[in-house]
Design a protein around this ligand. Structure first.
Ligand code: MSP
Length: 506
């Protein structure tokens, strides 16, 4: 029970990442960092999805060989994640030989189980979504997501008998004691999946006869694997499936697949059906967050409103960008980002509240305590701050990032309020000892705040730690703290440090 395997979707390499991709990846990173602090063994997976018509066309449009094109864009994904301090344990690419082997192995098992049959497909395909749509699903004849007309495709290929799994899937989702029970969140999305499953479930075509840029079917090399079937297997190939059984057993099933609502059906219906068919356990939890717009518009190259993660980092720093993404609206709901609100939020929360608290507290320690962490006995403030912070534990289990960040800010507010109230600058004239006691309470509370900052602010938390004069391993201390919160303490006498403002005002 101690392990935690969590995944982002693997992103298409038709273009470099935008903040939509960063949103999911940062959310996953916060959880990965959080569970590591909780002493769990974490495996955090992300990667790139590199086969299919969409990628083949993008490569052709750039006059590039598809593999060379994938190498280039996949490298840009990896670079972007470094620039956001993403702590993934692995990065899977679907053009890697190990992944290709895994896909062929799993397909062969499905074939041997008799759940694949040959048929003729005629349907409307959206290349941008890489999926077929029924007429009812189209809106005014257009893809509901991309608002473009689908392409009519008709060819002989292979199908997965998805209809066969309908009842079992419904039971797996709705019955807690089902051997393949899995959770879907938020509940509204879960109900949508259940609703759709109760209607007719179509068998799904799993191969393409006319597309060369894909993984050949092991039993019919004239056909390539449907890109979604190929992509879903990444969650297994990344942990060594099928060759490294001990490693697969160690990590599988995934504890959490995280994504936006656009690809929930693939993860809660097609993927579990594939797994059930070959007798593998299904993921434990699938969470679909909302879709966001920028200035009220869906991001698109045509609109010219695509925001790249690097632009946000340049403006607000790594931690600023991470904060802005996760604090703007509830995770799970749809939302909107505007440049103005980002700036206002950054200034109000990070510059004026958190950043200001840290710098004023340290300045006062400097001024009234000879630059050394003072000794004290009072713990009332720290106790109250810990009460403010405690809900974060449950909030993160429920992926309520904006609430968790709200709790962190409430703790900062409390300490700021305490400083205002005690007014050390006045007190200093009456009782230097009383000022030390006040600043001891403040410093101890800051230490508690740092522990909860670690998952969200991977760059700033270690800086605050250093500035508080702490020299031992922050993460080890944090793990010990989360194991036993009453152990919170702050060795006195250590020299605090100064530096540039942590969240400079914009
Ligand atoms: N390659 C497939 C996933 C295969 S997983 C086995 C794919 N790729 S994608 O590049 O289109 O990424 C879709 C995902 O990117 C969404 O599910 C979400 O995680 C993220 N987002 C992209 N744009 C987004 C928004 N505008 N808002 C929120 N999330 C966004 O689908």
């Amino acid at each position: 029970m101690n392990k935690f395997f969590l995944t982002t979707p693997i992103y298409y390499v038709n273009d470099v990442p935008h903040i939509g991709h960063a949103y999911t990846t940062v959310a996953c990173d916060v959880l990965a960092r959080w569970y590591r602090l909780q002493g769990r063994e974490v495996f955090f997976l992300t990667g790139t999805d590199e086969h299919g018509t969409k990628i083949a066309r993008a490569a052709a449009a750039h006059n590039k060989d598809p593999q060379a094109y994938c190498d280039e864009i996949s490298a840009q994904y990896q670079q972007s994640w470094k620039e956001l301090s993403i702590s993934n344990d692995a990065f899977i690419r679907t053009t890697s030989p190990a992944h290709i082997r895994a896909v062929q192995h799993l397909l062969k098992l499905l074939w041997d189980k008799g759940v694949i049959f040959q048929g003729r497909y005629q349907g409307k395909y959206c290349v941008q979504c890489e999926r077929f749509y029924t007429d009812e699903e189209l809106i005014g004849g257009l893809c509901p997501d991309h608002r473009i007309p689908p392409e009519v495709q008709s060819e002989d290929n292979y199908f997965l008998r998805l209809s066969h799994f309908k009842d079992d899937l419904l039971n797996a989702i709705t019955q807690e004691d089902h051997p393949n029970h899995f959770k879907i969140y938020p509940l509204e999305r879960r109900n949508e999946v259940i609703g759709k499953l109760k209607q007719d479930v179509n068998d799904v075509s799993i191969s393409r006869a006319t597309l060369a840029w894909g993984i050949p079917l092991p039993w019919d090399r004239s056909q390539t694997t449907y890109v979604w079937v190929d992509a879903l297997v990444n969650y297994l190939s990344a942990i060594g499936y099928p060759d490294d059984k001990p490693r697969v057993d160690q990590w599988w099933p995934a504890d959490l697949h995280l994504m936006a609502k656009d690809i929930l059906w693939f993860h809660t219906v097609i993927w579990p059906a594939m797994l059930m068919a070959v007798g593998l356990p299904v993921p434990k939890k699938v969470f679909a967050h909302g879709f966001f717009t920028v200035n009220g518009q869906k991001m698109s190259k045509n609109m010219g409103n695509v925001v790249r993660p690097g632009e946000l980092v340049k403006e607000y720093g790594i931690d600023g960008a991470r904060y802005l993404m996760l604090s703007a609206f509830p995770f799970g709901a749809d939302g909107d980002f505007t440049a103005d609100t980002m700036k206002t939020t950054y200034n109000a929360a990070l510059a004026n509240k958190l950043g200001n608290l840290i710098s004023r507290a340290l300045n006062m320690v400097d001024k009234y305590c000879e630059g050394k962490v003072p000794t004290g006995t009072g713990r009332t403030l720290a106790q109250a701050v810990l009460e403010d912070l405690k809900p974060i534990e449950v909030q993160l289990d429920h992926l309520q990032f904006h609430l968790a960040l709200g709790a962190l800010m409430a703790a900062a507010d409390r300490v700021n309020g305490f400083i205002e109230n005690k007014a050390p600058w006045k007190l200093a004239k009456e009782s230097p000892e009383a000022v030390k006691e006040v600043l001891w309470e403040v410093s101890l509370s800051l230490k508690a705040i740092v522990f909860y900052m670690i998952p969200f602010f991977p760059e700033t938390a270690p800086l605050v730690w250093q500035r508080l004069g702490q020299t031992d391993d922050m993460k080890a201390r944090a793990r010990a703290f989360f194991d036993k919160p009453s152990s919170l303490d702050l060795p006195a006498g250590q020299a605090i440090q100064h530096g540039v403002p942590l969240f400079p005002r914009k």
